[in-house]
Design a protein around this ligand. Structure first.
Ligand code: NAD
Length: 364
């Protein structure tokens, strides 16, 4: 992964909408910490999503996939928007995302949800209920209903299939187990085993792997409807939430409301090789080009990337940069309770400033 003299090749896929704005911010922060921590970045930009459909007629051009496979890590902004909503099948921007995940074998999506102290009062839940939330959703990403067999019969009947193999469940359970070991030692596996056969297989495979390989971890199992309720009722009870593709998609967006805006949450998709690091939010077409995009989700995704690449000090400096800016009282429009907010660029500059300060402190 590390090519000799601590230099990393990053494939940049800015995508659509605010994707290019937040990717630019994250690249600036990365370059700032790279300088301060003595490594270098080699970035190459590739089209994906709607931008790629406009360019070459498909959402994941072969050159983009090759560039990603050849990189140490991929940073992706967001894809999609009204201009491409009429597209069907593999001409939709989201098809590019699914193909990229499949092509890179990133079967595990990691979505940490923490509520920084500076943001607790901005949560839609009561401050005392979210202060201290620190959970990690481990979502299976390349199986389940999103990769099943969609079928439409005439105009009145349509179906999708939800399929999981034991091997798919075992490998995602191992990822969740490794994270739970580094964190609080607790896993909540979420399924719908009272109704779905694929969930019964899920439950049995999770129990088997954890009992055999991670006997020290505590396991809870919740049905997805109860899990949704518990995330709102008492989000602090969770450490690692392990779940499938569909349930993970929904629960992670639900959990994403806890810090007050989708714009502050990062994610990493990892698996067999190169990882994809991208914010949880979409392309936010309503605020494109207005300097209103919150860059924090993308910037914290870059921090996850640096951890993954074996640069934990740089990752910590980025996180301290974000905390520094938030502790200064800076918020972007999505988090502003009144008219006082800063733009994407000012937020990025302040994060860079604090990230460098933290790097200097670390070295002395
Ligand atoms: P969205 O996340 O783009 O936006 C939802 C709301 O949150 C909007 O009001 C938006 O302005 C706001 N928001 C999102 N990110 C923000 C940020 N960083 N800073 C400030 N405000 C932010 O979700 P949507 O509106 O449902 O979808 C818009 C498009 O994005 C659709 O085409 C959808 O398919 C696509 N999408 C892409 C991804 C992805 O690329 N991974 C994920 C979700 C949605």
């Amino acid at each position: 992964m590390n090519r000799g003299s601590r230099s990393y090749r990053i494939a940049l896929l800015p995508g659509d909408g605010i994707g290019p704005e937040v990717t630019t911010s994250a690249t600036e922060v990365l370059e700032t910490v790279a300088d301060a921590h003595g490594f270098s970045l080699e970035t190459a930009e590739y089209p994906v999503g709607g931008a790629a459909i406009d360019h070459v007629g498909q959402p994941l051009p072969a050159g983009t996939l090759t560039g990603c496979l050849d990189a140490d890590a991929v940073m992706l902004g967001a894809v999609g928007g009204p201009a491409w909503d009429h597209g069907t099948g593999d001409k939709r921007p989201e098809a590019g995302l699914l193909a990229l995940r499949k092509g890179l074998g990133t079967f595990a999506n990691l979505r940490p949800v923490a509520v920084p102290r500076a943001l607790a009062a901005l949560s839609p839940l009561r401050e005392e209920r979210v202060t201290g939330v620190d959970l990690l959703i481990v979502r299976e990403l390349t199986g389940g209903i999103y990769f099943g067999t969609p079928r439409t019969e005439g105009e009145d009947v349509a179906s999708d299939t939800m399929l999981y193999t034991k091997t798919e469940v075992q490998r995602i359970t191992r990822i969740a187990g490794q994270w739970a070991r580094k964190r609080g030692g607790r896993i909540t596996s979420v399924d719908k085993a009272n109704v779905l056969a694929s969930s019964r297989l899920w439950r049995a495979a999770v129990e088997e792997v954890l009992a055999a390989e991670f006997p020290e971890l505590a396991l809870d199992q919740l049905y997805v409807d109860n899990a949704a309720m518990q995330i709102v009722r008492d989000p602090r009870q969770f450490d690692v939430i392990l779940t499938g593709n569909l349930f993970g998609d929904i629960l992670s967006d639900l959990a994403a409301t806890l810090p007050g805006s989708l714009g502050v949450l990062p994610s990493a998709s990892v698996g067999e090789g190169v990882g994809i690091f991208e914010p949880v939010h979409g392309s936010a077409p309503d605020i494109v080009g207005l300097d209103q995009a919150n860059p924090i989700g993308m910037i914290l995704s870059a921090a996850m990337m640096m951890d993954h690449l074996g640069e934990p000090d740089a990752a910590a400096a980025i996180r301290q940069g974000v905390d520094g800016a938030l502790n200064d009282g800076l918020v972007t429009a999505d988090l502003a309770r009144d008219l006082r907010f800063v733009g994407t660029r000012e937020m990025t500059e302040r994060i860079c400033k604090w990230a460098v300060t933290s790097a200097a402190t670390t070295r002395t």
